[in-house]
Design a protein. Structure first.
Lengths: 410, 410
């Protein structure tokens, strides 16, 4: 479904706009789609015992050592305006962390603290897109990226993943065919939400070659890079194949690795030559991130490895816990993903997934997100987040399996 | 000086851009001006004993009861995704606070929590401006508003205040003359940074009449509304004269009243019919504000009145402490302001204020902000923030008076 149809569909579910005011808001802004998960969440709100697997976050609160570092800084008076690019201490800690993980030089000038991965996307898009420009987004995808482009007046051009027995894959020829003279940017999320797609080094090389050939920017959302279930310690990254002066802006966040979704803190990685532009865009949108939060982020990077390792092991286990029994029913189409922490599954005979998501609330008391929220190619799917504890996942899986068992063969 | 000239001037002071990358960032974004205070701050960085009066914040850390409320929520696990419009508890607390202060109905649906007053401006401008649109901004003004409009590709149209023996005043005829078919929005900051201008009810009525006549939005930045040195408890507000369905978006922040500059939390007030649009714009830019921070904000609103009263009394006293001795020298042009917490002064014979600001660092060890940072009409001025303790203000004043005494008559 094109974004405008999505917007129209979700607008119907919203409270009736008071027309005069709505009409006087800039049209492309008034037309932004509501989050496609909200309707389902609202429908399930307050259901006793409902297991919510619709949102992209775990069930573990931020570890105490991170909270403690932030609270100490807060009590210690770190409540004044601070560096727009981030505390030098935090930029240094990020640079060391990234150097260790990706085998790149330690260069704090490449890293800019932002008020969330979402803000990193927003800044990267503001740098590279203007009204009328096009950005290519493989889908199904986390919908906020397309919406952030639309907010600028740019046009998302969707390139659906190919779906096959090995799961979702990126069709480079389709990607190349989508490039027009208006294309400015390619958005690549790997490992990907919601599909679990993980780009191979060959995929990344092919995308980079296209970007170089056509003079395009790449915005690389690698926030799930460590939630990777292959043999290596992390997923393939543009860092492995790029030159220092390639036009790649990396989106990162503290949300997933360190269970800090609610904090709203992330970073943008960009060539240092663009530092003043990034600083200006932070200055003129939110004017920085609380210093006391940044102290928590430093603790996360410097003391968080055991926690991250636990999180990843838990997700890997969670994936098996849910996916294996569901696949064993023979009633779902599902390929176990190699990364991120979502299952993206379909149930043959149940193609109206918005309706299905509501039905599963009523009949299984499990909350899943309808794939319609994730753009073209997602229309037959449901997204399930398995970044949760064993007991809850087992219970949710049992409920889903029992529900599936009750369905007639399609 | 037009914004482009400001941008060009500040760009000269920046590290030389690596051209290829710069050239491939969207032009209106690459051209955004660097904050005009930064050069002076960098020049003074590390000077022993320098008294910094250049930034718009006080010298008091956030009160302990506010920090405590946030820290408790943080330790209590309020670290997950939360409402995009803000915690219902906080929206309720804001609504009650505003109802008490402005004698309006309690309506939580009018209030949207944002990640700073700056983000409120950004959202308000995104709603009302697109590329090519014009926004009218009386100047001298806090420069971030114009820059936020330029970031969208809109054009700030500056209307200089009239400066006279009673201070700065708004020339409604000039404002009316600046309206063109492209005008969409009028930005009104009252009490104003940096001039201390306070709009009268007649001023506000005149602006509102213009907006109604031409179908324009008003973005009202009333963040200094309580830093008012008239007889009433607060400055005149659009709330006093508007109808419920007027097209006014209010910008607010926790930064100034509650000494929370570094937190980055504020709110936007908008007609409830626009709620879904505001929610979407939060969702697709930063995706909300940390719940634990919002708990601190609730404490600020519900227990902060004694602190706010102290802050305002201190600022009123600080204004006298600095302004009276400076005026007594006979060597400065300065009218005591009626609101906000800045002096905007000029020193006849010293018209190159960028140079003067650097000179005052060298020769008086006091940091002031050059008026060139604040747009047309500010070229001969310096901004001094007096939201500081008595001892520092007295010492800074003594230094400035001694420096003035050493200058030959112009």
């Amino acid at each position: 479904m094109p974004a405008s149809a999505l917007a129209a569909a979700s607008r119907l579910a919203s409270p009736a706009p008071e027309d005069r005011l709505f009409a006087e808001v800039r049209a492309h802004v008034a037309a932004l789609p509501q989050s496609g998960i909200v309707e389902v969440k609202n429908y399930g709100a307050g259901r006793e015992g409902l297991i919510p697997l619709w949102v992209g976050e775990g069930d573990i609160a931020t570890p105490a050592f991170i909270c403690e570092a932030a609270a100490q800084a807060l009590h210690g008076g770190q409540t004044f305006y601070t560096w727009q690019r981030g505390l030098p201490d935090l930029r240094g800690a990020i640079a060391r962390y990234m150097a260790g993980l990706y085998n790149i030089p330690v260069d704090p000038e490449r890293f800019f603290v932002t008020g969330s991965g979402m803000q990193s996307i927003h800044i990267a898009f503001t740098m590279t897109l203007a009204a009328g420009d096009e950005i290519i987004i493989p889908t199904p995808a986390w919908p906020n990226a397309a919406a952030a482009a639309e907010k600028i007046g740019a046009k998302p051009v969707y390139v659906p993943f190919t779906s096959g027995p090995a799961g979702f894959s990126l069709d480079i020829e389709r990607l190349a065919a989508a490039i027009t003279p208006r294309t400015r940017t390619i958005f690549i999320n790997t490992p990907a939400n919601p599909t679990g797609f993980v780009a191979s080094h060959d995929d990344l090389r092919a995308v980079l070659a296209l970007a170089r050939k056509h003079g395009l920017w790449i915005v690389a959302d690698e926030i799930y890079g460590r939630f990777y279930y292959g043999d290596e310690a992390r997923a393939p990254s543009f860092h492995d194949i790029m030159d220092a002066d390639d036009h790649i802006l990396f989106v990162q966040t503290f949300s997933k690795n360190w269970a800090m979704t609610g904090w709203r803190i992330g970073w943008l990685e960009a060539p240092p030559a663009l530092g003043q532009i990034v600083e200006n865009l932070v200055q003129y949108s939110t004017s920085g991130v609380a210093a006391f939060m940044q102290r928590g982020a430093i603790a996360a990077l410097e003391q968080g490895e055991p926690f991250v390792a636990e999180q990843i092991a838990r997700a890997r286990h969670g994936c098996d816990l849910v996916a294996d029994p569901l696949i064993a029913t023979g009633k779902v189409d599902l390929v176990k993903p190699h990364g991120a922490f979502y299952l993206f599954l379909s149930i043959p005979g149940h193609d109206d997934v918005r309706r299905l998501a509501l039905q599963l609330i009523d009949e299984a008391n499990v909350g899943l997100a309808p794939g319609t929220a994730f753009g073209p190619g997602g229309e037959r799917y449901l997204r399930l987040c398995y970044a949760r504890g064993e007991a809850q996942l087992k219970e949710a899986t049992a409920r889903l399996v029992a529900w599936l068992d009750r369905q007639p063969a399609p």
